[in-house]
Design a protein around this ligand. Sequence first.
Ligand code: NOJ
Length: 530
Amino acid sequence: MTSPWWVDAVTYQVYIRSFCDGSGDGVGDLAGIRSKLPYLADLGVDAVWITPFYRSPMADHGYDVADYYDVDPVFGSLAEFDQLLAEAHALGLKVIVDVVPNHTSDQHMWFTEALADPDSPARTRYLFRDPAPDGGPPNNWTSVFGGPAWTLDKASGQYYLHLFTPEQPDLNWRNPEVHEEWERILRFWLDRGVDGFRIDVAHGLYKHPDLSDNPDAGGSTIVAGTEYSSSIVSPHMWDRPEVQEVFRRWRTICAEYDGDRAMVGEVFLFDIDRLVSYARPDVLHMAFNFMLMGSRYDADEWQRVITLALDKHREVGAQTCTWVLSSHDVSRHTTRYGGDEAGRRRAGAATLTVLALPGAPYVYQGEELGLQDVNVPPEQRQDPIWERSGHTVTGRDGCRSPIPWTAEPPGFGFTQGSPWLPFSPDADTRNAVTEAADETSTLSFYRAALRQRREHLRGALEWLESPTGALAFRRGRVTCGMNTSTTGLVVDVEPGSRVLLASGPGAVVTGAWLRLPPDTAAWVISEESA
Ligand code: NOJ
């Protein structure tokens, strides 16, 4: 029996606003994505996850949805989406859409009704509460984006809960109407033919039933180089046991459809046992595993983390394990690893290692071009985190700079208009056209890695002996070695092997040794299968 497609798929994350602009308004859209589908197919990814494109006032750039059944005019139309889906499928690409069930926009019909009439049924679809005895918010929860998690509805004198911005009121998942509506939303997109869903804030839908105070109010937490309020891990706001029932139900809905429709949950939990509980075979198909994203660039730490992740997923019977290094919410791994040439060299080693692992890697747009965070000037910053923090927290704009497709300023093939965020200063040399013509570019490296992965990487992972500062494992006939140290290191390989692909120059096999220069990874294949 063959495995479902998602078990070892490489999924490319399209952050739609910054991917490609077909309309000329400076913001990426569905037409832009359509025009780049051949690029994605050629790159060699299996699936594309598109961040929210539904009707939205854009308080959180689309993660505040006013109508889950329509496309925002900034991004296109339903007809455009249908075309995109058909064309992606014709190219052999799966398409995953991003759903946001934790909260709606404050412009969603339900919320406007809830505000207009405190006695309306719509009110019970959100979390309105009376003030605390001192007249302040009902509890001490802070929003993940800073500031209180409650906003006063002056007309009624009650507060409503929002784990993110006040324009993103949290839904009350203890109300069955919310479940019914969400099943309709899922079916709407499944009927259109999507291959699955990325579920935003999947572990957040239910809050502690008493909405009791968090023990740890205040402070901040750095997640992969990006600052969030420490409420991102506060115990009473996340990971209630009730939430998995929702996904069990959704899984049966997905199973009613042909083609192995799949869900991947954004489950932001540091506790690996809690994380994998969402990836059990009757819950979500996949849960984002952010463990490598949260790790230092260090082969010894990586070996521990990879072993733990694989073991824990296996223990619960999960069908796959995901791997993530970057996203639209955190600093790019090129930047986290030091930036510029050193950061890129390390990012290459990290990427080659991740692409050799068993499971389902996620690639964030632009990492295949070697993009790093852009230092966005304060007056051009757009992230609500920047505004809400009173301009003290930089936010996520740096990792969201538009993709430079060509070497031609001012639009670099991204737009005919004025881009919503600035390009990287090196866009004239680091862009898709220039890199496609250069066989030593990051883009050529990703293409080769994705092609070789499809062709050669199979089977379970077996760790091999390696010196401190390096890791080495075998899958089938391929050995992957990674050296994160500052000196050259050697790992054992089968005699008669050759280098299939390396992240940088100087990786050589001599006899039964693979010599890896500092900050380099390589894939080696034994001769008989080459
Ligand atoms: C997680 C998304 O990835 C992020 O971009 C968004 O701001 C929050 N969820 C709120 O929806």
